[in-house]
Design a protein around this ligand. Sequence first.
Ligand code: FAD
Length: 521
Amino acid sequence: AAALSAKLADPATPQQRKKVAVIGGGLSGLACAKYLSDAGHTPLVLEARDVLGGKVSAWQDADGDMIETGLHIFFGAYPNMMNLFQELGIEDRLQWKAHRMTFAMPQLPGEFTSFDFPDGVPAPLNMAAAILGNTEMLSLLDKVRMVPGLLPMLLEGQPFIDAQDELSVKEFMDKYGMPETVNEEIFIAMAKALYHTAHSPEPTLDSAALDFMDPDRMSMAVVLTAMNRFINEADGSQTAFLDGGQPERLCAPVVDHVLSRGGEVRLGAPLAAIEVGDDGQVACLRLADGSSVEADVYVSAVPVDVFKKLLPASWSTMPFFRQTEELIGIPVINVQLWFDKKLRSVDGLCFSRSPLLSVYADMSTCVEEYADADRSMLELVFAPATREVGADRNWIGASDAEVVAACLGELSRLFPGEIGGEGGAELLKHAVVRTPRSVYAATPGRNRYRPSQATQATPVPNFVLAGDWTSQKFLGSMEGAVLAGKLAAEVIADRAAGRAAATSQTLKPVHEEVVAAAEGA
Ligand code: FAD
């Protein structure tokens, strides 16, 4: 991460200063703009909404409380994100928690168990100690039976992980004889914490009602990607919370950085169309207000579902762009609940292990800006529609009252006697934020359809892709978004400097299935 930053900021690089229009002011678009400005270019970020951050956006309600799009957790294994914080001089805004993973115990309401990672012990021994030290979740036999599945990952690394993208978690576990308890107790919780994707929709845009898939259909690469970083980096699985809302605490410093180097960030500037010239390249961007923006290079940093809608008709048959049809965002609901009392809370992320909720945290304990010694504010990611609640239940279309009632039902199990009932904490207010299409659904086989940031030199050399869904090793996450933005900046900087593309930056070949379908169309 630091080496790429240094390459981009190298003043010795011969420059042809480029004006670059970046569509989307989420973390990916902002990171792209930041690194473009470091490389001596002039970015102009066009963000549709009046708030920065996209999936990390947040705003104040009438009481001045922050409403967040999502509960966001930073991991030690986020090198590009950590690097960005350092470069902006805001590392102290990350509130690191004790290195442990805390799980609710469904059989023992109100009880928690944890994997405690010992300090000062190198990876992967610290993880081995954390798993061996917990006797409440896995038997010794289960722990031993995990080894054959994890050994190839340790020995072969990333190529092995990439190959497992074709297998679901269930298929992988059967192949390596791993016990089901490992899936239930660890893998699902871990994937939920990292990507909230354990309950994902079928990858079809046609279904208006959102179908949700069985967790067994999640790609094993999701779990192994996380596992690999956690196993190889002593602090990889340690978690941090930002000390307040992301637009102000993280996005604003990026914007200041961009502005100080001559760039521009426009809010309330939704793109209506990418206009293509006779040569097939981008001629200009047409904004919703009818105005147009011309630049030397254009970057799309919008979510994949938006990108598919903006894709110019003349590009849509090109295999490189056509492959995006195979990617689709997952519906996610973020819920914040303010209570009139302080609940027995844990200072960190909790894996609820409930059928409706994935992870949650008491933000009044975990986050400085939301600190309250007398009242709890729980923030939860509602990972909807498991089989337990009926596969055809469309939670994203359910009313706020229904979503909140379902959360309270689950929470009364996690906090028996503390929520609801005689003397229990009363709900003061709530906020429900729906993201109908969030990170792409990491179902088996999706990685091969994720396009590189570099697009074809012919016919669209003036167009580059960013966004957490583009090809990079961190899947859909804040780290993935930042890395993808940084890689997009590298493509532009290399081309402007007349440098050969870095090895990681060459055009990713399109899967033969897509090419054949495009030729047949
Ligand atoms: P986005 O954030 O989606 O940004 C795209 C931007 O494009 C948006 O600002 C949007 O408004 C803008 N845009 C869209 N259309 C247009 C248009 N026509 N014109 C101009 N602009 C447009 N990741 C983690 O690492 N850890 C977590 O704990 C975590 N928790 C999450 C919880 C929830 C509930 C959700 C939804 C996501 C979570 N994520 C988490 C994922 C993480 O938020 C995303 O991977 C990341 O923020 C994506 O950044 P991005 O810039 O690629 O996309």
